[in-house]
Design a protein around this ligand. Sequence first.
Ligand SMILES: NC(=O)C1=CN([C@@H]2O[C@H](COP(=O)(O)OP(=O)(O)OC[C@H]3O[C@@H](n4cnc5c(N)ncnc54)[C@H](OP(=O)(O)O)[C@@H]3O)[C@@H](O)[C@H]2O)C=CC1
Ligand SMILES: CC(=O)N[C@@H](CCC(=O)OP(=O)(O)O)C(=O)O
Length: 327
Amino acid sequence: MSGQPAGDINANPAAIKSSGGKPRVFIDGEAGTTGLGIRTRLDELGLVDVLGIDPALRKDADARRALMAEADLIILCLPDDAAREAVQLAASLGENAPRVLDASTAHRVADGWTYGFPEMDEGQAERVAGASHVANPGCYATGAIALLRPLVKAGVLPADFPISINAASGYSGGGKAMIADYESGEAPAFELYGLGLTHKHLPEIEAYGLLSRQPIFVPSVGNFRQGMLVSIPLFLDALPGKPAAADLHGIFVRHYGDNGEVAVVPFADSKAAGRIEALALNDTNRLEINVFANPAGDRAVLVARLDNLGKGASGAAVQNLRLMLGV
Ligand SMILES: NC(=O)C1=CN([C@@H]2O[C@H](COP(=O)(O)OP(=O)(O)OC[C@H]3O[C@@H](n4cnc5c(N)ncnc54)[C@H](OP(=O)(O)O)[C@@H]3O)[C@@H](O)[C@H]2O)C=CC1
Ligand SMILES: CC(=O)N[C@@H](CCC(=O)OP(=O)(O)O)C(=O)O
């Protein structure tokens, strides 16, 4: 598939170590924001045995490697460098190495890794299910790719079209440090950031959004814990064939159908509302696509709404885990 790194690192993703029992999972970085969110969801579901680590040993390589050796799947909820080291640690187990689901940014466009956005295209859920190494998408990237990929694939949005992406996130997107800043009252109510225009999600947006020209991405963070909007304004009269906003909506409906957690809001409903708030999907794993347009029909704003901690992080990780382990 275009935009999908080829191949898989491990030839035997199907083997389960825990004969007879539930699959075993080790969450490396369980004490962090994403790790805790995954742990809570897995405890509620009861589909796997989660291997806990003594909190005092959570950064001890030997203790982590011992748990990796027992696990069928490890989930990395670590900063990028620590995630790269954890992959090496797991690989050092040779044939006993567990499968890996990485929530960090480290491997999202790396060779041998499968991108963990099951709804993004036909066959992607099956690719995730069969992969040994899956990279969980970035929260903003999930929204942007959900909007861009169907339009580029359908041929209405040229790959090199100039695209701007605006987004707003709850402060939990910044992990423990940003949560502490906001909850101690030390952070601003709202700010734009990433204004050096090199945000870490751009490579995955470009690759899986099927773009050949890097978009301008302007993220922002506000004084609310979780929730996210990702929006893309488009001059429809500048696109080849001058499609109507309803045409774009139809492409989304055909692309996603009843597929997984992505839903396309009826065009008339978005039009009637004329506004959208960021928190409505909190504590769900859903993503909604909205198409807004002006009365003349020559300008549109596409908006993806999701919970940055749900479909943008922990919820997506659990969805990928369930595909990988068949539970
Ligand atoms: N927050 C979000 O919405 C999202 C985050 N992510 C990604 O998930 C990963 C984790 O982010 P997040 O949960 O927000 O971060 P947090 O800062 O909340 O948690 C990171 C955790 O990793 C631990 N840690 C750091 N270094 C090591 C190490 N060398 N070995 C073992 N544990 C270590 C930290 O320990 P300590 O307790 O000592 O700080 C902390 O518990 C990041 O790569 C992030 O990019 C992905 C999607 C969304
Ligand atoms: C508000 C905030 O700071 N957000 C984070 C992205 C959170 C996220 O989902 O990114 P990863 O999955 O790549 O960690 C940021 O912009 O760096």
